[in-house]
Design a protein around this ligand. Structure first.
Ligand SMILES: Cc1cc2nc3c(=O)[nH]c(=O)nc-3n(C[C@H](O)[C@H](O)[C@H](O)COP(=O)(O)OP(=O)(O)OC[C@H]3O[C@@H](n4cnc5c(N)ncnc54)[C@H](O)[C@@H]3O)c2cc1C
Length: 313
């Protein structure tokens, strides 16, 4: 069985590894001359920078790919747990370094913002409760499949949303429970992790502090790009074929099913086609003749970001 993957972002690489481990013949077509997509790197004046993601959570999910392929992940890449999550520089001159360990975070935030430790502990406890009730729904299930809504675990999670007081917006939730403006801003930033606006995003995003403080934030020994690079090495070892500088022009549809692609002016057929490209562009550029899921494509796009990379010589 032959599969084509459009794009070698982290999701395309993971899919290539999984399909190949199951015995599929896999070809990846990538428009760039490097793998990794938004998780990439660049070097300037002797400094190497990771471009895109900087915070690595749930590393066991990456390890799983190697284990699934019968390999030891430690032979490919290593990572360590961070003691500090991040450093904040507020407009009024306040600086705050957020320790990863929950107890230390509570002490540091309490002393930096003159707020009692117990309310912070309760706030983080709420995050744990959200994770325990909704974690599997948001992180392990694909909500575009109707059948997933009819599973007991999903229904139980959805029924818990009002009980947990999560029907409101993230900022309102923080103002109600924390009130201190610097800390509201601190906790609001979790919405920006997926490009959302905390004034519009649902309060369910208060799930993330638990991920960082309890499950931990990590950093790969050789930088973020080593995640993509090591998955690329694994995929090649498994026999995945990579076609770089190859922008896919069209997905060929036969009898209502994706049957191949058009790339470099040629048609290539396959039993399965997986698009790792952003969903909007997959429909608009590669499937212009097909019926589009209007609700999905008309959703407001996330904001862009301005990122500075600093090197000290
Ligand atoms: C500035 C920034 C900071 C971030 N910070 C974090 C963070 O700290 N932690 C975190 O977990 N996440 C973070 N993210 C999000 C994370 O980077 C993305 O969720 C993830 O990299 C997306 O991977 P993907 O494989 O889904 O898509 P992409 O990386 O977008 O991969 C899509 C691939 O498809 C290729 N492609 C597109 N069109 C075609 C075509 N027609 N033919 C062939 N190939 C094509 C692209 O070149 C690309 O390689 C951040 C993102 C950004 C931009």
């Amino acid at each position: 069985m032959k599969a084509i993957i459009i794009g070698s972002g982290i999701a395309g690489l993971a899919t290539a590894v999984r399909l190949s481990s199951k015995g599929w013949e896999v070809d990846v077509y990538e428009s760039n001359n490097f793998v990794g997509g938004k998780l990439s790197e660049f070097t300037i004046n002797g400094f190497r920078f990771d471009r895109g993601p900087s915070l690595f959570t749930m590393p066991h999910l990456v390890d799983d790919l190697f284990i699934h392929a019968g390999k030891n992940p430690r032979d490919y890449f290593n990572y360590s747990r961070l003691n500090e999550l991040c450093r904040y520089y507020y407009e009024d001159g306040i600086r705050f370094t957020a320790p990863a360990e929950e107890k230390k975070f509570v002490e540091a935030a309490s002393s930096a913002f003159q707020i009692d430790e117990s309310s912070l502990k309760i706030h983080l406890e709420r995050s744990r409760t959200i994770y325990e009730n909704l974690g599997s729904l948001f992180m392990e299930m694909s909500l575009h499949r109707w059948k997933n809504f009819f599973q007991w675990a999903t229904l139980r999670a959805i029924l818990n949303i009002p009980k947990l007081g999560l029907f409101g917006k993230l900022n309102a939730y923080h103002e109600k429970h924390i009130a201190e403006p610097h800390l509201v801003q601190y906790f609001n930033r979790y919405a920006t992790y997926n490009g959302s606006n905390p004034f519009e995003a649902p309060a369910t995003l208060h799930i993330i502090p638990h991920l960082e403080h309890q499950l931990g934030a990590y950093f790969p020994a050789n930088g973020m790009y080593s995640i993509a690079d090591s998955m690329y090495a694994l995929a090649k070892e498994l026999g995945v074929q990579f076609h770089m500088n190859s922008p896919v022009e069209q997905i060929i549809v036969q009898n209502g099913k994706a049957a191949g692609i058009k790339v470099n002016g040629k048609e290539v057929l396959a039993d399965k086609v997986v698009s790792n490209m952003d969903i909007y562009h997959t429909y608009k550029r590669l499937l212009p003749e097909e019926k589009h899921p209007a609700n999905l494509l008309n959703q407001e796009k996330s904001s862009s970001a301005l990122v500075f990379y600093w090197g000290n010589q």
